[in-house]
Ligand binder design. Sequence first.
Ligand code: FES
Length: 176
Amino acid sequence: MYTEKVIEHFRHPHNMGKMKDYSAVGKVGNIVCGDVMWLYIKVDKDPKGREVICDISWETFGCTAAIATSSMVSEMAKGKTLKEAIAITNKNVASELDGLPPIKMHCSALAADALNEAIYEYLTQNQQEIPDALKRRHERLAKEMASLEERYKAFLAKEQVANEAKSVSREEYAPD
Ligand code: FES
């Protein structure tokens, strides 16, 4: 069962949508369940000269928990310094939502991982030092994606062939 907070964030998601002038984007996906998330951050300096996430938005194609955790992570990271935002974990996100069913805990990882990846991309683009913990998480995500893609290569190739066949048949039947 989902908590009231999960249902509330699912029904009225905060900060949802694509951002045009973002500083960096984190893209993550779970090709087992097919859910994907893009998380955009806009970074600016605060009066103390610290880099803060002044704006954030996301697009998620996923389950109720994936939508609610995307909404919650965006609220948690908004206005935070990069250092504070890096410290946000999937467990923090789940606990801010008053918990998630155990079978849905992996969905909260999608949101925290996307935030991680957006900050990683920002620091890389701006040639800044990348904290060890962030680097380790990025390497783990890259490895997981590579192994998932490898494991499902045959399936994905079959899907691509099917999609190409579909688009050919759509063209054939397209009205003039
Ligand atoms: S079932 Fe895949 S993120 Fe929820």
